[in-house]
Design a protein around this ligand. Sequence first.
Ligand code: 2P0
Length: 316
Amino acid sequence: MAKIVRANTNIALIKYWGKADEALKIPTNSSLSMTLDNLYTETSVDYQSELSEDVFYLDGIQQTGKSLERVQKFMDYVRKEYNVKEYALITSYNHVPSAAGLASSASAFAALAKASTLHLNLDDEALSRLARVGSGSASRSVYEGLVEWEKGKDHETSFAKPIPNSDWPELRMVICFVNEEKKKFSSGFAMQETSQKSAYFDAWVKQSHEDIVTAKKAIEEKNLNKLGTVVQENALRMHASLMAVNKWYFEPKTIEIMNIVETLQAEIPVYFTMDAGPNVKILTDEAHVDQLLNHLKEYKTMVCKTGKGLTVYDEL
Ligand code: 2P0
């Protein structure tokens, strides 16, 4: 029986937004993320000589169309890169609401990168590069805790790695579910529109280089106020660059939660970030979670800690 690989999803503290190379998903800026502990994908890949194409089941349902094509394209890349001859039966369970800006593609392609190459025993750097080809943010889900994806300049140099001495067990990410339906438009499309047409794109790229430096310094100092401030600013900068091409992911509840967090900031360290969807994620620490949740009673929430990197286990 094929082994199962679990990959946790990650939330960017400093966002990836824009590609220098569309096919290989080389980004225009480095990004920094927190791997979460309880939103994950579990995947097994069983190569079978009798198959004439890859077959992909997601949450028990055989996939067709775009969902299947994206996985087949990735598997074709694995076959070519690592000289694999067979097609595979791929079975995946997503414990992340798909396509709602909760980065399901990050955990999905990190798990698939490892599950499709178990026999090759690749190191984490190679797995991160491979996961990136599936989905940029997946390069970061290879690792536990706080992670930096250095943009690099080509396939060899663009991969993620753990941030040294960044162990921060008190850190929490509170997810506020605004809408778990499929997002309005894909992040790939939104990134492309922004990088090609937004008057603010160059400024976004330039500023994000500085934001990475600030965030890494704050992590080194374990300074939550400093980290949270740059995290929130960076998210707003990303969304501002997108809004400048007449597109946004925010819904009324997104703004309501942003306002609640802003008011609370006078008292406690809480900072919001949003991705390619309307859901809000709030960065805080263990000591302030209860007070924060008291103000979010009318929303569905989930409290996450930092989570592990890729894990492999035998089928039960
Ligand atoms: C991030 N996002 O850093 C940013 C912030 C969304 C907003 O990475 O095109 O699914 O597959 O490389 O990784 C979501 O984009 O995009 C994302 P592709 P991906 O988390």
